[in-house]
Write a protein that binds this ligand. Structure first.
Ligand code: NAG
Ligand code: NAG
Length: 379
């Protein structure tokens, strides 16, 4: 008995490796995926045009059929990678039958409709890239069923609704949801996150500590062009692994900066907010800070000399505020290699020979009005 079973087993294995006959349910899923694309938008040179089901998708003798758009391991499809051919259509829910999928990359096409909910049950999916399509609808809480996911990129689509807190259950290192229509607060985030980008949406509320708790690998935060409010809290820039932070063009009204013990922060952009106060001098204590923008806020008072003496600082944008007094002369001594702008402020004697002062200062009438009769800023 056992020998017969062993014989049958060996026979099965050898036929599978010799011809790699694709699992039937994978073939039918691929057929459904192609059928969900408008055939008039499948150019003859494209990957999908080469999907001709008279041959077997995973067989490795392709000369004319299944030239690209998928990869297999044995008799299972592991990657779905469309070319940028401008395919119009939807993503078939039967994609979930491809249970060995590791990668979906159908970026830069014209697929629309919702992201099929069944997709979130794929147990082995590591990379989901739907960037630059026209997907709409929401991200459901069931996204947390993607147990192997590492990177989600769905920027430049039309997704809406609020982001589910279940995102925090994922083992994600990279999340890019920029250029959609998401609303509501910043959700709890995955602790494994290295890069967070939700630029150009309509997120609101403040920066919640609970969302960022325990994110010890977070390097990049890109939340510009939203409707975030409140004070940028002191703990935020103290997150030790942070390198780049962009919170520009929101509605922040304040910023708290504590001196760091250790920090990898290289670039901070909080321009185009409504931050009232003095320039936070503690920013100059960040050891490798190289690029800083506080432009177009409501900052007043002098520019602390610490910034002109900071060797790591290469770009400094302070324009569009109500900064007053004499700018630190080290900026213009020839030793400083800082570029940027100090223009559109209330500074005295900003030398126009310096690139930093190319943009002119505010008219004195506006500055007098801003500082009131006693020389103190009105709020
Ligand atoms: C698929 O391939 C077969 C055999 O090579 C060919 O006869 C048929 O026209 C092809 N179908 C399409 C839609 O290209
Ligand atoms: C600067 O940092 C120190 C130490 O973290 C803190 O005590 C102080 O309040 C900060 N100054 C400002 C103006 O925020």
């Amino acid at each position: 008995m056992t020998t017969i079973f062993l014989f049958l087993y060996l026979l099965l294995i050898s036929t599978a490796t010799a011809t790699a006959t694709t699992l039937y349910s994978d073939v039918s899923a691929l057929k459904a995926i192609k059928a969900a694309i408008d055939p008039t938008t499948i150019p003859s040179y494209s990957c999908l045009a080469s999907w001709n089901f008279t041959s077997d998708p995973c067989s490795n003798h392709h000369v004319t059929h299944f030239l690209c758009g998928l990869s297999c391991s044995g008799n299972r499809v592991t990657q779905l990678t469309f070319d940028r051919a401008g395919y119009v259509g939807t993503l078939s829910p039967l994609v979930s039958k491809l249970t060995q999928l590791i990668t979906i990359d159908i970026s830069d096409n014209k697929l629309s409709g919702p992201i099929p909910a069944s997709l979130f049950s794929l147990p082995n999916l590591q990379t989901l890239n739907l960037r630059s399509n026209s997907f709409s609808g929401t991200i459901p809480p069931a996204i947390s069923n993607l147990k192997s996911i590492q990177a989600i990129e769905i920027s430049h689509n039309s997704l809406s609704g609020s982001l589910p807190d279940t995102l925090s259950l994922l083992t994600l290192t990279r999340l890019d949801l920029s250029f959609n229509k998401f609303t509501g607060p910043i959700p709890k985030l995955p602790k494994t996150l290295i890069e967070l980008a939700v630029k150009s949406n309509s997120l609101s509320g403040y920066l919640p500590k609970t969302s960022f708790n325990g994110l010890t690998q977070l390097e990049v935060v890109e939340l510009s062009d939203n409707s975030l409010t409140g004070t940028i809290p002191g703990w935020f820039l103290l997150q030790q692994s942070l390198q780049q932070v962009n919170l520009a063009n929101n509605g922040f009204t304040g910023i708290e900066i504590s001196k760091p013990i250790d920090s990898n922060l290289i670039a901070v952009d909080v321009g185009y907010n409504k931050i009232v106060g003095n320039i936070p001098v503690n920013l100059s204590a960040y050891p490798v800070l190289s690029s800083l923008s506080l432009r177009y806020n409501n900052l007043y008072g002098p520019i602390p000399p610490e910034f002109s003496q900071k060797a790591t600082l290469k770009r400094l944008f302070l324009d569009g505020n109500y900064l007053s007094g004499l700018p630190p002369k080290e900026f213009f001594s020839g030793k400083s290699s800082v570029s940027g702008s100090l223009g559109d402020n209330c500074l005295k004697s900003c030398p126009i020979s310096s690139e930093l002062c190319l943009k002119s200062q505010k008219p004195s009438s506006i500055c007098q009005q801003a500082y009131g009769a006693k020389g103190k800023p009105k709020s």
